[in-house]
Design a protein around this ligand. Sequence first.
Ligand code: UD1
Ligand code: CA
Length: 460
Amino acid sequence: MVAVAILAAGRGTRMISSLPKVLHRLGGRSLVERVLLSLGDIPLERRFVIVGYGADLVCQELASLGGAPPLEFVEQPQQLGTGHAIQQLLPHLVGFSGTLLVLNGDVPLLRPQTLELLLKTHHQSESACALLTAHLPNPQGYGRVFCDEQKFLRQIIEDRDCSPAQKQNRRINAGIYCFRWRDLEQILPQLTSNNDQKEYYLTDAVNYLDRVVTVDAEDYQEILGVNDRQQLAIAQDILQVRIKDDWMRRGVTLVDPGSITIEDTVHLEPDVVLEPQTHLRGKTLIQGGARIGPGSLVENSCVQANATVLFSVVSDSVIERGCRVGPYAHLRGGTQVGEGCRIGNFVEIKHSVLGSGTNVAHLSYLGDATLGQQVNVGAGTITANYDGVKKHPTQIGDRCKTGSNSVLVAPITLGADVTVAAGSVITRDVPADCLAISRPLEVHKPGWRPKSVLPTPDPE
Ligand code: UD1
Ligand code: CA
């Protein structure tokens, strides 16, 4: 039986932020959400989150995630240290006789396999505690771990309490522990704050325990903590390399991977090609043969097979098979572009549905519009969907053609096969098979000149 506790009460002073540290985002998720995800499928009896600074915000963020067993938020009203944080569990775990897995809310890159190994080692060694450690090239800031040859712990010493010689030890405490709760429960009330920071250290409890085994993380990058913005950026890079390597192994081409970012909520099919400076976010699906970029941002959208998106921004939209979008298009707000459409430069489409084979090739705005199949929207056609108070719909039938610089004032419906003359402002519904034209009659005045340049009349 395993209960997990995530330490998430600290403010994270070094972030210099009004947001609690554990809510800072890394690849589309908060740090603390990532810590929860690192538990993978480990069977858990209870899930505790210790909250304090910004407790309301942290609870709100996590409550929306669901998962089982339900999260139990335990408030640590004053943040007096990691040991003090775990002391808050005492009334909640009376009579519990299993394992307490402790995770730090600011260590977001752990893999489930690493935690499984820690748990397994804890059980097999029948230790009072198993402690995750790693060898860091730069151990500055971390507690140093001193062990005997059998990897049993001698002592953890916090960085600020280390002598210069002790600081040379590059083996660090990851802040991740498996405790036999019965043993920890005895020691927690005895912790003192006799240290440089005047805090109750959880590491002191570990030092008091009798049999503590250490487990080295194979990949030290997993245990890197986020204490400031630089470490956040480093974690971001590590996460991106992981995600991108994974997609490349699964048949996706990345041109200049260093310039591309992909959140781990994105799904890609084999034979997708991502060109430089492309960013994929949120719940996005890109199907096989699609080509995104260079220079595109796609979020919460689906791009179907063999479509291309070039130098464009797409959010909350669906682009069906074989479409060509861009350069410089902006699709948003629940737009659905049918099969084989072409959306060209400087076109914005919001909350609209386009039938297959429809073209909007240049300089248009379509908002709240429904277009049939094989419509040709002329350069500069605008749907005037907003009267200053409300948004209104526009319907355009199959095979309609709108002339350049035409304005369709919504609410309005054009039947099938309508042609709108260039420069028209159309305010009334147009039945099928019509030419709609609305513009002042063109007048040509032969020989006319502006007054100022008229030649002086000859006196004779
Ligand atoms: C801690 C460890 C250190 C280890 C490092 C790994 C202690 C004393 N030191 O140091 O050995 O190398 O983690 O990252 O444990 N928190 C609370 N309540 C508090 C204080 C902290 O919930 O009163 C939470 C923080 O929000 C954070 C986590 O505990 O998520 C770690 O706290 P932090 O202050 O970052 O500890 P470190 O100095 O990094
Ligand atoms: Ca830390």
